[in-house]
Design a protein around this ligand. Sequence first.
Ligand code: DC
Length: 217
Amino acid sequence: MIIAIDGPAGAGKSTVAKGVAKRLGFGFLDTGAMYRAVTLGVIQRGHMPLDAEACCAVARESELAFDSSDRITINGLACEPDIRGETVTRNVSAVSAHPGVRDIVVARQRVLARERGDVVVEGRDTTTVVFPEADLKFFLIASPRERARRRAAQLDQIESVDDIQRDIERRDQLDTTRACAPLRQAEDATVIDTDGLGVEEVVNEIVRQVEGRVPRG
Ligand code: DC
């Protein structure tokens, strides 16, 4: 069974998806980590993130996989926490915007999900482009204010909630209007508004729907 979880930046997709996978004993596929891994490879080889051909070559030559703890590896080598660093974070949007890179990474996501059987897949475009046939789809939303508050609580440095909110609104605008695989809600996704809900409550709601699911077809 494939459960796909999608939504804008900062809506809690990743934490919720991991929680759902753990509760159900499913695998977990972090699709953002795969774009981050390609971006790390691009930077390590000294390529420019805007160079589509170089980015595609790196994507093609990188065997992306996950170890038994669901941590990503490139050509068998662990790359956490390097893929979470500032340089990768700053450049991953550019690298993941190349259609050629997306084709390669999406194909790999489909293989990895199939291998796992029961899996929770998390990331923008997973309900629309990667797994339009997912058994269950969830689109998590939260107001920009709430997402800014959560992000501020995670950050070490003091940054005002207003500044973070402006940044989130700018990212929403970019993510929903970009040419390739823009963030959009699948028609058959269940929308969960996470404003005022804790992670556990959102996980409970998704698990409840999975367990009460009437099989398709
Ligand atoms: O979820 P994240 O921050 O780890 O994602 C990293 C980047 O990859 C982010 O800029 C969005 C992009 N991404 C994407 O384009 N498609 C996905 N399915 C997942 C992430």
